[in-house]
Design a protein around this ligand. Structure first.
Ligand SMILES: [Zn+2]
Length: 444
């Protein structure tokens, strides 16, 4: 008989065989002493709540009490979200990061990144991602900014907003787009600092040849980033905005004086783009660092047809992009640089936006949780452990994101046959857990 829907046992069998899920879960630890609910069960509970796309921790509470999930994650009894918080605040991040790295290595070995290679190369992107913002709750590692709001009478008022932000590195060329690692911004530091820390750490985690080309934002168009990328042995495509003024202006001046090197028309998503490209090697990167770099500029007119008052009218908008790259012209012709430069914007559609918007990332308590396990500090006093809650939850989310997208996009025959979305697959797995009588034992 043909299978009609996904079941948790077949999903879990795939996870255990291909990714050692249970073995990794056994490595988890936290700061509690002799807890009744093991760190492994806490990890599996949260992992499954992301797999099922549960809307809240409260919903996880109720699934644990009323479904097969409790047994599936090896918990002796149901538990509430206060247990989850208390464990997660003191969760050990190392085994979580080790698991994320292992998952990504296995995905690569299993050829999950082969599809979509650019001239045979693997492409990753670096981007800032924001998690949590609040006007009331704050913790010692919150970042702060001043925001202008309107009060009830419509008057403008300034208020301090607390938030957390990280820099993430994500594979972007293939259908499966897992994050490789993330690095949190410390209070008072810029995003470029965190980006440099992340780039320095990546080769230690994955080796230097895990991917070949790194796409980065205008924000990181700086000499230290370029130097580090070169030292590690990656190539880079860096988008430029007017903030990198010297290079931007000299490129614009140079290209204004000559006709485009390439022009063509492209049809994509029912839209027509008229593209003009300029390409030049040997422009100085900055005044302080005049080393020559290759610059590509794209001028694009997007033509769209729209119905206005029953009449079909055409409407066009102009767009301009500029990129610096270390890639050689011979192997990476101008249109390929444009394609790479644009592919990083897909990030917004496929990565963090999806995670935060559809995966219910509203766990505000995680950074401002005062009830935490205590440990003895250097002067012999008992004090709460530093709060790892947010970092732990984000790592578990990234692990779940990598594995579920690989399952849906690469493994599941049902998803292909029935054209199931990732959300539909999540609903089937969740339904299995709620329907199944709790007499079936979870596999060891
Ligand atoms: Zn905080």
């Amino acid at each position: 008989m043909k299978e009609r829907a996904h079941s948790l046992p077949s999903f879990s069998a795939w996870l255990n065989k291909g990714f050692d899920l249970r073995a990794h879960a056994d490595q988890m630890s936290d700061a509690r002493t002799e807890p009744e609910i093991s760190p492994s069960s806490i990890f599996l509970a949260l992992f499954h709540s992301f797999v099922f796309r549960l809307p809240s921790f409260q919903q996880l509470d109720s699934e644990l009490a009323h479904s097969h999930l409790q047994r599936w994650i090896g918990a002796e009894r149901a538990f509430r979200d206060d247990t989850l918080r208390y464990s997660l605040c003191g969760f050990d991040l190392d085994p979580l990061e080790a698991m994320l790295v292992d998952v990504n290595r296995r995905l690569k070995r299993g050829k999950a990144f082969d599809q979509g290679r650019v001239q045979g190369h693997l492409v990753a992107a670096l981007d800032g991602i924001e998690v949590l913002s609040s006007f009331s709750r704050r913790c010692e590692s919150c970042l702060e900014r001043s925001v202008t709001l309107k009060d009830q009478a419509g008057r403008k008022i300034e208020q301090t907003q607390y938030y957390h932000r990280a820099v993430g590195c994500q594979m972007v060329h293939s259908p499966v787009k897992p994050f490789l690692a993330i690095e949190w911004l410390q209070p008072g530091e810029g995003e470029d600092k965190a980006a440099l820390r992340l780039l320095t750490r990546l080769p230690d985690l994955y080796g230097s040849r895990f991917f070949d080309i790194l796409l980065v934002d205008a924000l990181y168009a700086q000499t230290p980033v370029l130097e580090l990328v070169r030292k590690i042995g990656w190539d880079a495509v860096i988008s430029l905005k007017q903030n990198s003024r010297d290079l931007y202006q000299s490129a614009v001046r140079l290209f204004a004086a000559r006709s485009p090197d390439t022009n063509f028309t492209e049809q994509r998503d029912h839209k027509t783009y008229r593209v003009q490209l300029w390409d030049s090697e040997g422009l100085p990167f900055t005044i302080d660092n005049p080393e020559p770099v290759r610059v590509v500029r794209s001028e694009e007119v997007l033509d769209r047809k729209r119905y206005r008052q029953g009449e079909l009218t055409s409407h066009s908008t102009d767009h301009e992009w500029l990129w610096v790259t270390t890639l050689p012209r011979q192997a990476f012709p101008t249109p390929v640089i444009r394609q790479l430069g644009h592919s990083r914007w897909k990030n917004e559609n496929n990565g963090w936006m999806d995670l935060t918007k559809y995966w219910a990332f509203k766990h505000g308590f995680l950074h401002a949780c005062r009830h935490r396990p205590k440990q003895t500090n250097a002067s012999g006093e008992r004090e709460p452990v530093s709060n790892q809650g947010l970092a732990a939850v984000v790592l578990i989310l990234l692990i779940a994101f990598a594995l579920t997208s690989a399952f849906v996009l690469r493994h599941s025959k049902l998803a292909r046959r029935d054209h199931l979305t990732a959300i539909a697959v999540a609903a089937q797995l969740r339904a299995w857990a709620s329907k199944t009588p709790p007499s079936i034992r979870a596999p060891d």
